[in-house]
Ligand binder design. Structure first.
Ligand code: C5P
Length: 227
């Protein structure tokens, strides 16, 4: 079987990572959650006070990027990779609503995008990869053999994310989560550098009324047709 590159892009909380993870497992491919990388940089910026803090000047982050070391480490027990920021496991800390509220502003910065896109391209050099994000099919791997663009109605997406956060013990309201999903979509789609948009050759995939099993079956079949 030929190894290919699979790019899964789409709006916030469409369940990209759940399906991407399953697909990678079934194909024995590497899975990369690029949102985790933007979230880890955001956590760093928040801790340094560059966003919503004492310094509160996001442009200061650009000068500190060389201090940020990111890596994924596979957790055998969990069966997926976790995000490390300067050798600290930050998998839980990057998934909070606080980080979600700041991440899209951080992801607008050109220097941040250049650093992360370069890392992502290195990770995918030998193919056999499923990567999800916002600009994978358009910027990171414009030549990916399979591109999927995921959408779902905003209220369905917000509800899914709301349940996820509640399950993790975060005290959030549905309205807050919906506001965050909509505002991230807006910033992500309107930013100057590599905005979120569907690649011309991407397959549109609306999962508003689809269960996980059906989503996986469809994606897996898309991949099998090419491999
Ligand atoms: O995928 P996730 O929702 O965790 O991504 C968090 C945020 O990171 C997005 O809302 C977006 O602002 C940014 N992001 C990005 N480009 C990517 C992946 C994520 O700008 N490839």
């Amino acid at each position: 079987m030929t190894k290919i590159t699979i790019a899964i892009d789409g709006y916030s909380s469409t369940g990209k990572s759940t399906i991407a993870k399953q697909l990678a497992k079934a194909l024995e491919y590497v899975y990369v959650d690029t949102g985790a990388m933007y979230r880890a940089v955001t956590l760093y910026a928040m801790r340094r006070g560059f966003v919503d803090g004492s310094k509160n000047d996001i442009s200061l982050l650009s000068g500190s990027l060389s201090e940020i070391k990111l890596r994924f480490e596979y957790n055998e027990v969990l069966g997926y990779s976790e995000m490390y920021l300067n050798d600290e496991n930050v998998e839980k800390d990057i998934r909070t609503l606080e980080v979600s509220k700041n991440v899209s502003r951080v992801a607008e910065l050109q220097e941040v995008r250049e650093k992360l896109v370069h890392m992502q391209q290195e990770m995918g050099k030998s193919k056999g990869i499923v990567m999800d994000g916002r600009d994978i099919g358009t910027v990171v791997f414009p030549d990916a053999e399979l591109k999927v663009f995921m959408t779902a109605s905003a209220d369905k997406r917000a509800y899914r994310r709301y349940k996820e956060l509640l399950d993790k013990g975060e005290k959030v309201t549905y309205e807050d989560v919906l506001k965050n999903v909509e505002s991230r979509d807006y910033i992500d789609s309107h930013r100057e550098f590599s905005p979120l948009r569907q690649a011309e050759d991407a397959i549109p995939f609306d999962n508003s009324d689809m269960g996980l099993e059906e989503q996986f079956e469809r994606m897996y079949n898309f991949a099998l047709r090419i491999i």
